[in-house]
Design a binder for this molecule. Structure first.
Ligand code: NDP
Length: 296
């Protein structure tokens, strides 16, 4: 039987609608407007598109969007000075520095200069530590989106076997921490994992975050498993450019219980969760109740 397709586009639209409702209520009841500052250094075309989309969606949910576009040759000192100003600005509740940064800038240093309470990407070492110790953190957007979809589809995740393929700081590791916090039995696989097919086949929840087109075929998937495909790979097929995931959708959809397609699965959830994190940061900054269902 063919798996249920988890519609990330519709899910993300629902998250944005929930955020917009909360923002409208915040404005009415507390006179507050959440604000997101996005810092872009240089002219990387993909980053420019992401930043533009973030700005549009931020304004659409009623938040303030502050865009800071800096020259590719900007010095570390100037970038750190901008971050210090944004940290001190009470109208800014979330700060995102678009990665990758030009090579002369130290990304770790820059990210760790952001006030952890405004670190809506969840990459600051304080937030990594808070997440790892089960404390209230800002959670990285893509894994948060995956968790929301898993909870929606499965309800309780307790006791399920989860396999995360990929151990990056932005997806694999935080995803594994979130699943552990949901009481899954978690395995993290990577490029040195032996018998990856067997490891994947044990998974009730299989999250693929690798960046290798269609590397996980359907016969690595446990029948009925929930498959979350984070991968975004651009390939040429039949003379056309196409986006595919890390999972071979055509074969996996015949085995899985549910699966996210690429495009239209995890991808749209990332910006939706960025907006949710900005709202959460605003509520926390003002000691207000956090929006239910929009945090980890
Ligand atoms: P990274 O390149 O940082 O990490 C990839 C991980 O995959 C590494 O841990 C690597 O292992 C592992 N890996 C590589 N080859 C294999 C293999 N043959 N078998 C098993 N594991 C392997 O990637 P990211 O985590 O940043 O991104 C992963 C994918 O997710 C990409 O396609 C990216 O475009 C996509 N993505 C999508 C987002 C969205 O939907 N909004 C957001 C972020 C990412 P090792 O550590 O051993 O090298």
């Amino acid at each position: 039987m063919s798996a249920k397709r988890i519609d990330g586009k519709a899910f993300a639209a629902d998250v944005r609608a929930q955020v917009a409702t909360h923002v409208a209520r915040l404005k009415e009841e507390s006179g507050l407007t959440p604000g997101l500052a996005v810092v872009l250094v240089g002219e990387d075309p993909a980053s420019q598109v992401y930043v533009k989309n973030k700005g549009i969606q931020t304004r659409e949910v009623g938040m303030n969007s502050f865009e800071h576009k800096l020259d590719a040759a900007t010095s570390e000192a100037d970038l750190l000075a901008l971050i210090a100003r944004l940290n001190a600005d009470p109208t800014v509740h979330g700060i995102l520095v678009q990665l990758p940064l030009p090579g002369h800038l130290d990304s770790d240093l820059v990210i760790n200069a952001i006030d952890p309470a405004k670190d809506v990407d969840g990459f600051h070492i304080s937030n990594v530590g808070l997440l790892g110790t089960g404390q209230k953190a800002m959670v990285p957007c893509t894994p948060l989106g995956c968790l929301m979809m898993l909870r929606d589809h499965l309800g309780s995740l307790s006791g399920l076997d989860a396999v995360v393929v990929g151990r990056s700081n932005i997806v694999g590791k935080p995803m594994a921490q979130l699943l552990l916090a949901e009481s899954c039995t978690v395995t993290i696989a990577h490029s040195r994992t032996k018998n990856l097919a067997e490891v994947c086949k044990r998974a009730d929840i299989l999250v693929a975050a690798v960046g290798r087109p269609e590397m996980i075929p359907g016969d690595w998937v446990k029948p009925g498993a929930t498959v979350i495909d984070v991968g975004i790979n651009r390939i040429e097929r039949d003379g056309k450019m196409k986006l595919v995931g890390d999972v071979d959708f055509a074969s996996a959809v015949e085995v899985a219980g549910a699966i996210t397609p690429v495009p239209g699965g995890v991808g749209p959830m990332t910006i939706a969760c960025l907006l949710a994190n900005t709202l959460t940061a605003c509520c926390r900054a003002h000691g207000l109740a956090e929006p239910e269902g929009l945090t980890a």
